[in-house]
Design a binder for this molecule. Structure first.
Ligand SMILES: [Zn+2]
Ligand SMILES: [Zn+2]
Length: 876
């Protein structure tokens, strides 16, 4: 049983990462003869962008998913974690376009087919990077089922979905006002047009007798009406009239309409109606049959319809037109104006609302069942706080614009015949018009990336084919993802899953928070606060990073990651390693037959009971997606109970040569407890547990498919716990006195215990040898009567523990030291109280700083009390 002296994760992590993939221990089998209702656990990965590389957000998401997945797999469920990547329409296209630009080329120089080929080539060469990184991180996906949103199977699913929705009348093409990014040359969904605050000018323009304000004076050229609220008495006499008003283009004619969309309290209560360049105006125009004038083009420049301003950039035009109106006396006044504008989520260019021909999904009929599924509990969203957001968004949802003016993606399966103007939607590529056999051309646009990822939970399992995978693994058990894509992605999967599978795509949705730096700042390259998971893995080991992330995963709270935390959990891994070494190096002459003749001592029964408790806590926590609680339960058990107590207790029997049965039994307990502990820890620290487990007697090829410990089998042993507690309390109390009174480690102390009950007394008597050995002491039980004078006394739930200090410490020096330290603590307390008593500090300083100071104060007060108690004990 060889084991390296030093814990060096770099030496074995890459080996296991590769071995897990090669040995296919991750593989899930949809045996056709399996009962379709057999319990299973399945989950589709939120597909990372194929252009990406692993960042801390992925690492966090993958660590908590993997903990869940490994636990379910070890619990005996047929478990599938399906991996894959997303083609990421805009992101990938922009990246390849940038490469082309470096060669002095544009995508139009290449042409569509050559451009697409170029992107595919890029994907083949570089797209595997993130997948390799995930494998290195040890995520237990079934790599034999890896998918890509543009692979043939998924492309077939996308086309099938489009055709079916179209046939049901749920996809339509329409002139519609869309958010257009003139820089990316594509329409953006409502979600992709993000609000951004700006300081601009509110320009009050005279329209004959009326005056109105606007922030976008350049759109004035597209005005086709003026509008007021129907109940606004100030303007009632104008409604229905057509007015001739002077403008920069000479006299223009405008109708005045009454519409409820006008806010009478905003500005002057009159608005200009520009149906071609504003979504609200577009709708007013539809209601009043107003003509549409498009004065700004898709390139963001003024069109021919803008007359003398044609060709100008829209913002340049804004300046020019204001100057011209000033010269003509058409401006009433200009006021500064703070408001939000919509910008492209990708390039931050101000979005231009423009009318264009786009494909839409009629969304209400899809949204209703998805709302119902959550209301009825068929989809459970955790934490619950997100349910409200989900309803709000789904109830106010607008038709989904699914066409994108890109070349990289699923091309819209629609063909046009110019000869007879027929339109054909087809599952198969068309080369000729089905009506006149003449030539056809395919729609140039591609589908929104979310259209394909919306099918992800079932397209990856083979849909529209009826596969065994679909039968066994759908609906998936859960989805773990960030709140930032709750609507982009989760809601769409819910709608499309219900539509095509008639069943929810997942039973649980666990929404996690974002990973931030130690100060709570978002990580970004420009701020220089990015922590790269791969270099952290190299430095501290993957297990330490994964455990840190699980420990930080508190529901509803941002994850603040600091390197010190990771270092701390590396120490935890190191502790486990040393514990394993202790066990493995003490198995000399281990004779299982001899061990079978032994019986458990109270310490053995106690550790088995504590293990059962830890197992129960981990299972309950993981079942509720409380990853931090699960991690904490494992940590406390491994560090405090197994390493700090049990190993120490076991050593006593181990070194007892005169009782070979006891020794053998202890060896058996150590091996078995360590082995079970590794299985408990495995979902959080897969590498170190595999590395050690392989050196212990075990069943099966990998710890990954060994059974998760069952709490029921061993069960709690409350009697053993009650019996051990006084022993542990006494040892802890004695150790505390030893360290606080600075008793030399070599000195043996006398310990007097006044037990709280007869049961405690018996327990202490029984455990006297353990107490003596673990705290280097001689134990005396005092039933009634005073405790010895000049002692340090510690009150514990099991009784009072007194350690006489006579002869162990230099009283005079100790008294001086204690007084000095009390004085220091008092000063510190006064300083902190003063600081926290100042209003300006408490109100103005960041909340974390105030919290930290409060913690420091509480700490110092505790220190003062302890020191005072020690001083009193010394003088009594
Ligand atoms: Zn853009
Ligand atoms: Zn035709």
């Amino acid at each position: 049983m060889e084991i390296d002296k030093v814990y060096e994760p770099q030496r074995f992590e890459p080996h296991w990462a590769q071995w897990w993939v090669e040995s296919q221990t991750f593989r899930a089998e949809p045996h056709p003869d399996r009962h379709p209702r057999e319990p299973y656990f399945s989950l589709a990965i939120p597909p990372p962008n194929v252009t990406g590389s692993l960042h801390m957000g992925h690492m966090f998401e993958h660590s908590i998913i993997d903990a869940q997945v490994r636990w379910r797999r070890m619990s005996g469920l047929n478990t599938l974690w399906l991996p894959g990547t997303d083609h990421a329409g805009i992101a990938t296209q922009i990246m390849v376009e940038r490469q082309l630009a470096e060669e002095g080329l544009t995508k139009r120089d290449l042409g569509r087919d050559a451009f697409e080929a170029r992107v595919w080539k890029w994907k083949e060469e570089n797209g595997g990077r993130i997948v390799e990184q995930m494998k290195r991180a040890g995520v237990s996906c079934d790599w034999s089922r890896e998918r890509f949103t543009l692979d043939p199977g998924l492309s077939r699913a996308v086309r099938e979905a489009f055709v079916r929705l179209y046939e049901k009348g749920l996809i339509y093409q329409g002139d519609y006002i869309v958010n257009w990014c003139p820089r990316c040359q594509t329409a953006l969904s409502d979600l992709e047009a993000e609000p951004e605050e700006r300081d601009e000018e509110f320009v009050y323009i005279k329209y004959g007798p009326l005056t109105l304000g606007t922030v976008r004076p350049e759109t004035k050229l597209g005005d086709t009406a003026l509008a007021v609220h129907p109940k606004d008495k100030r303007y009632a006499k104008y409604v229905g009239r057509t007015m001739e008003v002077p403008s920069v283009e000479g006299m223009i004619t405008l109708r005045v309409v009454a519409d409820k969309a006008v806010d009478p309290k905003f500005g002057t209560g009159v608005i200009k109606v520009t149906p071609g360049h504003d979504p609200v105006d577009f709708e007013i125009g539809q209601r009043h049959n107003l003509p549409v004038r498009t004065v700004i083009g898709f390139d963001g420049r003024m069109t021919e319809a803008a007359g003398k301003y044609a060709g100008l950039d829209r913002f340049e035009c804004r300046k020019r037109i204001v100057e011209d109106m000033k010269a003509l006396g058409l401006i009433d006044r200009i006021e500064p104006y703070h408001h939000t504008v919509k910008v492209c989520y990708r390039c931050r260019t101000v979005v231009e609302p423009l009318i264009s021909r786009q494909w839409y999904v009629r969304i209400k009929p899809l949204a209703l069942p998805a709302i119902k599924a959550v209301r009825a509990g068929r989809i459970k969203i955790v934490p619950k706080t997100w349910v409200k957001n989900y309803y709000h968004w789904m109830e106010n949802i607008r038709d989904w614009c699914i066409s994108r003016q890109l070349w990289w993606g699923h091309r819209i399966p629609v063909w046009y015949c110019d000869a007879d103007r027929s339109v054909h939607v087809s599952r198969k590529d068309l080369t000729a018009c089905p009506k006149c056999k003449g030539p056809v051309r395919q729609d140039p646009d591609v589908l929104d990336t979310w259209f394909s990822s919306g099918l992800w939970p079932f397209s990856t399992l083979g849909w529209p084919r009826k596969t065994p995978e679909l039968k066994i693994f759908y609906p998936t058990s859960c989805l773990v993802t960030g709140f930032d894509i709750l609507f982009f992605w989760v809601a769409r999967m819910a709608m499309l899953g219900l539509k095509f599978m008639r069943q929810v795509p997942f039973r649980h949705v666990y929404i996690h928070a974002l990973v931030r730096d130690a100060e709570g700042q978002k990580m970004s390259k420009s701020k220089g606060n990015v922590i790269d998971p791969l270099s952290v893995m190299d430095k501290y080991g993957t297990d330490a990073l994964r455990f840190t992330l699980a420990a930080l995963a508190v529901q509803g709270r941002d994850i603040r990651i600091a390197e010190e935390r990771i270092e701390g959990y590396r120490n935890f891994a190191n502790k486990i390693w040393n514990a394993a070494r202790l066990v493995l190096t003490n198995l000399d002459g281990y004779d299982p037959a001899l061990a079978r003749r032994g019986t458990p001592a109270v310490g053995d029964r106690w550790i088995a009971s504590r293990l059962a408790e830890a197992v129960q806590r981990v299972r309950t926590a993981l079942d509720a997606y409380r990853f931090n609680e699960a991690a904490s339960a494992v940590y406390q058990f491994v560090w405090n109970e197994f390493c700090d107590w049990y190993l120490e207790i076991a050593k006593l029997s181990l070194y007892q040569q005169e009782d070979p049965i006891r020794r053998a039994f202890t060896q058996k307990m150590l091996v078995e407890t360590l082995e079970a502990t590794l299985r408990l820890l495995h979902p959080f620290m897969p590498f170190i547990t595999e590395e050690i487990w392989q050196r212990l007697p075990h069943d099966g090829p990998s710890i990954m498919i060994a059974a998760f410990p069952k709490a029921e089998r061993t069960g709690r042993d409350r009697q053993a716990e009650r019996q051990m507690q006084p022993v542990l309390d006494t040892v802890s109390a004695t150790r505390t006195v030893r360290s606080e009174s600075r008793i030399p480690p070599s000195a043996t102390v006398k310990v007097f215990i006044r037990p709280a009950s007869e049961r405690s007394a018996k327990a202490v008597e029984h455990g006297a040898a353990i107490i003596a050995s673990l705290s280097k002491s001689q134990v005396t039980i005092v039933r009634g009567g005073p405790l010895p004078p000049r002692s340090a006394i510690v009150a514990t739930p099991s009784g009072d523990v007194a350690v006489p200090l006579e002869g162990l410490v230099d009283f005079e020096a100790e008294r001086k030291r204690l007084s000095r330290e009390i004085e220091r603590a008092v000063k510190e307390i006064a300083f902190l109280e003063g600081k926290l008593g100042r209003r300006d500090f408490v109100e103005r300083a960041p909340r974390e700083v105030v919290g930290r100071e409060r913690e420091r104060l509480a700490e110092q007060r505790q220190i003062r009390e302890k020191l005072s108690a020690s001083l009193v004990a010394l003088e009594s």
